[in-house]
Each structure stands twice: as structure tokens, then as C-alpha cells.
Design a protein around this ligand. Structure first.
Ligand SMILES: [Cu+2]
Length: 109
């Protein structure tokens, strides 16, 4: 039982460590509506979002229906990135971090 607890603690620590990174570097994962259905949808998101201020890199996943955005939190915010999605007709919802083991990402309130 104690062992299980320490494993849980270790996982939590890793989780926090992974999302902390450098101070001017943050990652947000979004799900989008309407869904991305093909490569062109991915390209559309990537090619438009990369010009948003503070956005460093974009990683889309068709199978996971997620868009991972690396950004500089000093220059932009999750809300600003969501506005960037809105400009190209997508409604983006941030999903909670550290949910990689789960196939269905939990939606953040
Ligand atoms: Cu498409």
C-alpha cells in the first residue's frame, strides 16, 4: 500500500515536472470543433496558427483529434490561441495536461 502511494507521488511529480519546463515555454493541448477530418484540416490549422504571436510550434494529431501548441506564456495565452483558432473557424477547447495515458482527454473546466 505504501509502495503504491509512493508510485502515485512519483507519477505526480513527473507530471508536474513535464509541464513546468522553462518559464517562457508552455504547452497547451486542444481539441477542436469541427473535427479535423483530413490532412488539409491539419495543414490549415498549422499554417495559420504558426503566425499567431508567441506560438512556437504546433503538433496536430488526426487520430487523437488534438492540437498541441508550444507557446511563450509571456507573449500569448491559451485564450489568445483559442482566438487564433476562432479566426479560421475552429472552436478550440483546452484539455487537461498529463492525460496521455487516457484515450479520451478530459475537458478542463
Ligand atoms: Cu480536412
Amino acid at each position: 500500500m505504501k509502495r503504491l502511494l509512493s508510485i502515485a507521488l512519483l507519477l505526480m511529480t513527473l507530471c508536474v515536472g513535464a509541464s513546468a519546463k522553462k518559464p517562457n515555454q508552455a504547452t497547451a493541448v486542444f481539441t477542436v470543433m469541427p473535427k479535423m477530418s483530413c490532412e488539409n484540416c491539419e495543414k490549415k490549422i498549422k499554417s495559420n496558427l504558426r503566425f499567431e504571436k508567441g506560438v512556437k510550434s504546433i503538433d496536430t494529431s488526426l487520430s487523437g483529434q488534438t492540437v498541441k501548441v508550444d507557446y511563450n506564456p509571456e507573449k500569448t495565452s491559451v485564450e489568445a490561441i483559442q482566438k487564433g483558432f476562432a479566426k479560421i473557424g475552429y472552436s478550440a477547447t483546452e484539455v487537461t495536461a498529463c492525460d496521455d495515458s487516457n484515450n479520451k482527454p478530459a475537458e478542463k473546466k
